[in-house]
Each structure stands twice: as C-alpha cells, then as structure tokens.
Design a protein around this ligand. Structure first.
Ligand SMILES: Cc1cc2nc3c(=O)[nH]c(=O)nc-3n(C[C@H](O)[C@H](O)[C@H](O)COP(=O)(O)OP(=O)(O)OC[C@H]3O[C@@H](n4cnc5c(N)ncnc54)[C@H](O)[C@@H]3O)c2cc1C
Ligand code: FES
Ligand code: FES
Length: 468
C-alpha cells in the first residue's frame, strides 16, 4: 500500500522507498527539495526543520520537527511543509522570510531554512508570542554566524499575526507499509498493536523516533520490522481523575506539558529542557521510559511521584510501579510482545511538595549529567514522608532508599540537608563519563538537598553557614 501525504500542498502517493529512509533523505534525494539541510543528523542543530500539519479537533495544528530523525512512513496522512513551499515567488515571500530579509537575519544561510520553518510553525500557532516563546522556539536551531539578535527581531516582527487557520483535508494513514523485507506497521488500536507485536516480538517499537531515529539517521541501520505507536487510539489518551493523571505512552511532551504545568510545575520546567521544540513535538513519554536510559529525564520524576506503569500484551494488562520496571542497564521488566500502554501519576496532596533539578553543561538542548527528583511532605519542621530518585547516578534511574530513611522523622533544616552528601554515597556509586566525573555527580547530588531546602523554605542560609 502507498503512503499518502501532501508535500507543500501537492498530494503525493509514495511507494518503493525503504520504510526506514529518513524524511530528510527522501526530501533531498527523491523529492529534490534541497532547501532542507543536513547538519548533525541527530536532532541537535535544527538545519533539517520542516513542519507537519494535521487537523485535530477541527483545528489545524502545525508542528516543527526534525526531518533527520523521522522515517518516511511517519508522514502518512499528514501535510508536510518545507521551505520551498512557503513563498509563491521571490516577490511574494512568507512574512517570516520577508522579516528575515529585512532584519538581516541570515549570513551563510545554512541554518536559515530551518529557522524559517521553526518561525513559520510559531506564526501558525495560537500561542501568545512572548519573548520566552520566541527563545524557546529558536533553542533547537543553531546559527553559527549571524547571531540571534536579528533573528529574534524577525520573529517579533513576523509572528504577530493570527494564524491562517484554513482547514486542512483529513488524509487516511495506511495500516502497514512494506518494501522488500522491511515492514512498517501503523496499528490504530491497542489490540491490533498487541497482535502485530506478538507476531513480531523482535520488532522495534517507534514512538516519535527521537531515540530510535538515530539508528537510521546516524547508524544507517535498515530495521526489518517497525511498529509505530503514534496512531494507536488508546496510547494517545490523557485521562484525569480527582486523584491521578494518566498519560498514554504515545502522548508527546508538547501534548502533556499543559497538564504537567498545572499539576507539577517543577516537572514542567524540566520537560521544557528536554531537547528542543522539534524534539518535544514528537518525543513521547512512553519512549523516554521504554528507552530505559540511565540519563532519561522523566523516569526519576516518575519514580519520586510514585507512578504506575500500565503494560499491555496479547495476554492482557498488568500494572507495575515504575521503580520496578528498570532492572539493569537498559534492561526492563517488559516480556516478549509486551509494551507500555500508559503511565498513571498520583496527584500531589495538599501537603506534598515536588521538586526536580536537572544538572547539565548547557541549560537548553542538553542531556543530563544528574537529575534529582523529590516528593516531600513536612509535618511541622519534620519530614513525615519523602520519595527520592536520581538519574545519572547508577545503571538505571534509581530510588534513594538510604536518603529517604535518613530524612524521615528528622528535622528539615539546612544542617540536615548538608548531611545528605554523605548519605547519597550509600545509595549511589556513579561512574565517570564524558558528561561528568563520579566525584562531581556525588557532590552535585548531595548539594541538591541544599537547593531543595532553600527552594521549599524560601530561605537562603548558605552564606550564613559558610561564614560560620
Ligand atoms: C537532540 C535530542 C535531545 C534530547 N534531549 C533529551 C533530554 O534532554 N532528556 C531526555 O530524557 N531525553 C532526551 N532525548 C532523548 C529522547 O528525545 C527521549 O528519550 C524521548 O522521550 C524518546 O521518545 P520517542 O517517542 O522519540 O522514542 P522512540 O525513539 O520512538 O523510542 C525510544 C525507545 O523506546 C521504545 N518505546 C517507544 N514506545 C514504547 C512503548 N509504548 N512501549 C515500550 N517501549 C517503547 C522504543 O522501542 C525505543 O527503544 C533527546 C534526543 C535528541 C535527539
Ligand atoms: S540535521 Fe541537525 S537536527 Fe536534523
Ligand atoms: S547564517 Fe550561517 S549558520 Fe546561521
């Protein structure tokens, strides 16, 4: 069956290309649209940014994405825009292009198509275009020569109008796509997915592809069977009750963010530091858990928040506390043919506080050296309940049981927070790598207790103590 999408407004039916060909290669080599550039080929530079659009709940939604990490079948049923599609002629530029010319927002021009596409998506969104929003939009687009001042100025100028809002046709996506011995499955229901996975237990599950996509983009691997979670209705659901919120595994960071912002603001700050807008537009919560990386950002938070995973297979559904899911380095409790359906997170009670801190070399677009996550409850001046987890400190995202035991029923003051440096070493024996040394990791993990204390008490006593 052919893939169907529109490319710059023209309907395309595609067959005969490998299902694991990247969209970037398809655009440049097959569609001969070379305006979309290849820089890093791993989601970092934004030179390959294109825009995907779909009508959701009657409203067109435009999302900037990195073409280097997407596989061609991920375009099925979508509207695709590249820089070539924006202007009708050299005299009739898109407002974003026009503003970039007027503000001298380009020099060598290599980054420019990607920047134009990121700003085009921002212009089409109904987000309030604040300075913060502009900077966030551009954080995934690296420009080495112009400097961002004129680019930001172009964004301020061009991204003020209301979105176009024109309806976009709804296109069908096929259930599977095949070329030679490679198959890409796009199940629409959870039972369909379980059936396909049971028949192909060696298949690669694909959420947004911001981890898996590296295998095809960088490693040039031709995966034989891929099962895409992005169209499985049950995996796209968000359900909220009085006591908890449940995110389907295929819910993206962008979709989850408004809920997380309302319920766990500190967690939301961390999520806005995962990759870039392009990464968060396709990267899923299920992918971050399924990837089982020791430095994934959400698992420590989900462990500290006492989240439960809902796992699914042809045999049915089972639930597992997320801390029991990670067994060893990149090894999880998933059985053959089983996958993550959803994650359920309890809401915070009136007396619980949640904080998480990400330590990385850069603020934006960087992988963590250490993530600390803390859910804490105080009774008077003492700690009555606490759950602690760290990422980057062991082979798996891991709960800090000695740290918790050292805090429970103890006074919550700066002196206690400062003793935690010693206790952290009972829970964790981190390794040194190119992101951080083991000594640094231990030191920073201990120091974060002081930050937690200051954050919760609103008191900065560090200087007084140091002076003593
Ligand atoms: C430039 C860049 C920056 C990044 N920055 C960060 C960062 O700051 N913090 C961070 O934590 N991560 C970061 N990542 C990693 C990645 O974006 C996240 O891990 C993301 O959540 C992966 O989701 P995905 O849907 O793209 O996963 P995919 O790549 O589609 O899948 C990842 C893994 O999970 C498995 N999987 C997917 N869905 C399921 C499921 N339902 N059940 C079981 N297994 C499943 C897949 O088989 C695969 O092994 C970054 C990646 C890039 C390219
Ligand atoms: S080529 Fe750098 S993000 Fe795609
Ligand atoms: S204009 Fe040269 S990299 Fe941006």
């Amino acid at each position: 069956m052919a893939l169907q999408f529109t490319l710059n407004g023209e309907r395309r039916e595609v067959s005969g290309v490998s299902p694991t060909m990247t969209v970037l290669d398809y655009l440049r080599e097959n569609a001969e649209l070379t305006g979309t550039k290849e820089g890093c080929a791993e989601g970092d530079c934004g030179a390959c940014t294109i825009v995907l659009a779909e009508t959701t709940d009657g409203k067109p939604q435009y999302k900037a994405v990195n073409a280097c990490l997407l596989m061609v079948p991920q375009l099925d049923g979508k509207h695709v825009f590249t820089v070539e599609g924006l202007s009708a002629s050299d005299d009739l530029l898109d407002p974003v292009q026009d503003a970039m010319v007027k503000t001298d927002g380009t020099q060598c021009g290599f980054c420019t198509p990607g920047i134009i596409m990121s700003l085009f998506a921002l212009r089409q969104s109904d987000a309030e275009v604040t300075e913060g929003e502009i900077h966030d939009t551009l954080a995934g687009n690296l420009c080495r020569c112009t400097g961002y001042r004129p680019i930001v100025e172009a964004a301020r100028e061009a991204c003020v109008a209301q979105p176009d809002g024109s309806a976009l046709a709804t296109l069908d996506a096929s259930d599977s796509y095949q070329k030679a011995d490679q198959t890409f499955h796009t199940p629409k229901s959870i039972d369909e997915m379980a059936k396909v996975f049971a028949a192909n237990p060696e298949a690669n599950l694909l959420g947004g592809g911001t981890d898996l996509g590296i295998l095809v983009s960088k490693e040039r691997e031709a995966l034989s069977t891929v099962i895409h979670t992005g169209r499985v209705a049950e995996l796209l659901q968000i359900d909220e009750t009085d006591t908890d919120i449940t995110f389907g595994a295929a819910v993206t960071y962008t979709e989850a963010l408004p809920f997380i912002e309302r319920l766990y603001p500190s967690f939301a700050t961390l999520i806005t530091r995962i990759g870039s807008v392009q990464i968060r537009n396709v990267g899923t919560i299920g992918g971050n858990i399924g990837n089982a990386s020791p430095i994934g950002d959400t698992p420590p938070c989900l462990i500290a928040l006492d989240a439960t995973l809902i796992l699914y297979s042809e045999a049915g559904e089972r639930e597992l506390p997320i801390e029991e899911f990670f067994l060893d380095y990149r090894k999880t409790d998933l059985k053959a043919g089983e996958f993550i359906k959803a994650v359920r997170i309890p809401k915070l009670s009136e007396t619980q506080e949640f904080r998480t801190y990400k330590i990385s070399k850069r603020y934006d677009q960087d992988i963590s050296a250490v993530v600390g996550a803390y859910r804490i409850e105080l009774e008077g001046d003492a700690v009555s309940d606490v759950r602690i987890a760290y990422g980057g400190m062991a082979a798996i995202p891991k709960r800090g049981v000695a740290c918790e035991a050292a805090l429970i029923d103890n006074a919550w003051d700066l002196a206690t927070a400062m003793t935690m440096l010693g206790v952290v070493q009972e829970d964790y024996q981190p390794i040194s790598d190119h992101r951080a040394s083991k000594e640094y990791r231990l030191q920073v993990a201990g120091n974060l207790f002081q930050r937690l204390y200051q954050d919760l008490s609103g008191v900065d006593q560090t200087l007084e103590v140091v002076a003593v």
